[in-house]
Write a protein that binds this ligand. Sequence first.
Ligand SMILES: *Cc1c(COP(=O)(O)O)cnc(C)c1O
Length: 357
Amino acid sequence: MLNFTVGPVQSSESICAIGAEQVPYFRTQEFSELMYENERLIKSFAYADKDSKVVFLTGSGSAGMEAAIMNTLSSLDKVLVVNGGSFGERFVELLSLHRIPFSEIKLPVGEALKKEDLDKYNNQGYTTFIVNKHETSTGVHYDIDLISDFCKCNNLFLIVDCISSFLADPFNMSALEADVMITGSQKALACAPGISILVLSKKALQRIEMTTCCCQYLDLKIALKNAQRGQTPWTPAVGILRQINVRLKEIEQNGGVEAEIERTAKLANYFRERIKKLPFEIVTKSLSNAVTPLHPTTQSAHKIFEKLKDEYGIWVCPNGGDLKDSVFRVGHIGCIANKDYDKLIDAFNDLKLNNFI
Ligand SMILES: *Cc1c(COP(=O)(O)O)cnc(C)c1O
């Protein structure tokens, strides 16, 4: 099976090997050292401030999204949230559920956020801005510099979901003055799903201190207290944290985060150059390196997904809901290489030859 979805993605041999091992006991100095190293490397790759902290939650990326909201916001906040697809919608639902006042900037499919979309919200008493830097459902990558400038001008607390863009697109938490950065283990980290990671600025740490979290499992105060000794309050997904450690060290040895982003960008460009003669339109002009969202002009997107899966052993990423028949996505994250894209392009050409697309 060749996997071009956006998560879980393909893991390297070394990561898979850890998945096959016994899971060790973890209340040990050795595991604490591993966790300190994970924290150091995540902070370094996110360009986080020295006094920021990292929390590893057992739960997928969505647990990190909910934890960010429950631990840093209250009914006294007034949030501006970007909703350009199903992940933006998830933040909207979470804000409603947790009764945090908010306004949403709803964007049509494929549209990037523009300065004009933000202008009318200047000086309107907002306290917080929330965005999925890369709206993975439609493949739209927002202009984070534009958002950061707006937040700096309006003195807003900035929560950024980087779940699918961390390690795939540039992100400098410190320069952007972002306060919460969220990512997960099964996207560009290319490990098994089950760990969500939050990087927290000094301002975020102060907010967490002041906020009552009505969920013990996701209470970041408890997590941060345990993190001081390199531990988690509850039994974590120990095996995945070990995979993350190996993966982070491999990235460091191979030139660090810049080199990893460059590798991903090259894969994306290789693919995008080679599909020009196929009956696909790229859904947005504002692309991430992580994914190419495609609108097939001659066949249902979902039928293409099924055909590739059943007859070629290739997984592209289907869309759901309204976009089920009009969009599918091809990921560029995980352990994949140009030769894998050659196989996918061969399959597309074969479908074209057979008049399927
Ligand atoms: C994958 C993803 C999520 C959700 O992560 P889960 O691990 O499925 O909970 C949230 N936001 C973005 C932008 C994503 O790509």
